[in-house]
Design a binder for this molecule. Sequence first.
Ligand code: HEC
Length: 142
Amino acid sequence: MRVLFFLLKVKGIVMRCFLSGLLASVTLFAYANQESDYQQTVERIKPVGEVRIETSSDKAPVQKETGQAIYEKRCTVCHQTGLAGAPVFRQNDWKLRLEKKNITELTESAIKGIGAMPPKGTCSECSEEDIKNAIQYMLPAP
Ligand code: HEC
């Protein structure tokens, strides 16, 4: 009787171990499944094309427009000859303006437009820096 009881007890322990092992593996399996479901879902809802924002260091440096390039493209029309009273390229009439305004103020009025000069000298795509560089290129040597 005692032996039987003992055997039953051992069997019980073994059963319990087995059951908890089973439970653990089922749980693990479910979890693993969930993980791969998650992966699959992520794959499925992934956008077709990925947008890569390239920084300038990723590729060969983009040639930034220099003041000279902008001047030659957008400002020569008036500033080469002094059309409509525009201060002439690298001539002394710039000096008079520089006595009253610094480069920042000149840039501001060039962006806003001044007198017969339209805003940004018609270079609407020019940034503030572009305008400033073009002005610097136009100024006579100090
Ligand atoms: C359509 C002709 C025209 C074009 C194009 C033009 N300008 Fe002018 N610009 C003028 C005239 C005219 C003046 C003088 C305005 C005045 O003082 O009444 C002037 C004046 C300026 C001044 C002096 C502003 C001040 O505050 O005294 C700057 C700086 C200037 N231009 C920069 C530029 C730059 C940079 C470009 C090219 C991106 C450019 N301009 C293109 C006609 C032009």
